[in-house]
Design a protein around this ligand. Sequence first.
Ligand SMILES: Nc1nc2c(ncn2[C@@H]2O[C@H](COP(=O)(O)OP(=O)(O)OP(=O)(O)O)[C@@H](O)[C@H]2O)c(=O)[nH]1
Ligand SMILES: [Mg+2]
Length: 471
Amino acid sequence: MVLDDLGSSLRSTLNDLRGKSRISEEDVDEVVREIQRSLIQADVDIALVQDLSDSIRNRALDEEPPAGTSPRDWVLRIVYEELVGLLGESTELPLENQTILLAGLYGSGKTTTAAKIAWWFSKKGLRPAIIQTDTDRPGAYDQAKQMAENAEVDFYGDPDAEDPVEIAREGLAATEDAEVRIVDTAGRDALNRELVDQIEDIEAAADPDRNLLVLDAAMGQSAKNQAQEFEESIGIDGVVITKLDGTAKGGGALAAVDQTDSTIAFLGTGETVKDIERFEPSGFVSRLLGMGDLEQLAERVERAMAETQEEADDWEPEDILEGSFTLRDMRKQMNAMNRMGPLDQVMDMIPGMGGGLMDQLPDDAMDITEERMRDFDVIMDSMTEEELENPRVVGASRTGRIARGSGKPEERVRELLEQHRMMERTIKQFQGMGDADMERMMQQMQQGGGPGMGGPGGPGMGGGGGGPFGD
Ligand SMILES: Nc1nc2c(ncn2[C@@H]2O[C@H](COP(=O)(O)OP(=O)(O)OP(=O)(O)O)[C@@H](O)[C@H]2O)c(=O)[nH]1
Ligand SMILES: [Mg+2]
């Protein structure tokens, strides 16, 4: 993903500053070089990289750190602020009635994104509809209709009509009951005059509240010019960067955003309607810097809860922080985590668990495949209350009995016990991390609050303890 690389190299560069009481010009240059290298690798516009590194350098050398802040935390804070500044705020998207027009080059992901955005709004409690105006590509109608079905949202299209402007007009009339109308348009190979006229006409007919430009992360530097042309023709209010689950770094899209002075609204991270994330600059950078992304974690927890309220009710983050960690706890964690995404990703979002600590764990500790999870579930059903509470009592003969009872190989039973031991060890490290940070994290998760890193004293900033950089 964008700037992914920066995270690890920057972390190690910053770690070299650890313990220094004063920061030298060479230290700052070192950090700046690291940032430049990673941004250029991520395909970010050179001029943009230069601006960014200049301001980091100037601020690190000129500004006086607040009392009690170590030079390392101070530089980290500046880097954080400047990166948030570079990425900009996310595009404003009020949860109210609106029409959104999607535009973009051929194959950039517009139709998929239309369904994703519709799904996203439906999860926020609004009723969306997708209007498909693409008359150019055969199959566009069926594709959009299918995706709308997947997203379980209203759909309007007319496979026999020939005029996209007419479809847009009729679609808006036909979807009056919907609260958020998303107008999908045909892809454009290049912005020739005819296509410019067409999208301008659709725009005029639909009178959208906002126009989003859909950009493929692999776009590279040419994204800048494309964005500029769309900006001149219909005006761009926000950008959606798609296919960030691939190898592309998305730096080109970043340059496009900067060039047109627009912002990023969403990130697309896969082919299904659920593979969408609201772009959150501070969360994004927090995660990047190994500070955890509490905002996103909260959102995923919220989503997981809505999906399976019952089990989510059972999910008590506090449980894992105190007392013993039983097999029953493990099962709850597995179920809850499974709904939030891969365990290591979730862990990455928790302050203190990102980067450093995760690297020290054996890979296996986080590698629970779905198949293994299902097996574990079945095996646990064959265990007694006593065994679930205290798996240590399970020796060779009990292992045999449980395997027979569950119809799973003994090897799997042993794997379960080993998995439990590894998770228990992980939790122990977690417990040793410092109560202040943990408590803050729990509170924020429960309130669904933001990452709380805006000021000095946020996780890892104040040297207050426990964070990956706090020691
Ligand atoms: N991996 C991945 N694939 C995506 C993503 N978004 C879209 N795709 C895929 O990219 C291809 C093109 O997506 P579409 O949504 O059809 O793109 P489009 O802009 O509507 O294409 P045209 O209407 O032909 O211009 C499809 O195979 C999608 O499944 C994403 O975020 N990740
Ligand atoms: Mg399409």
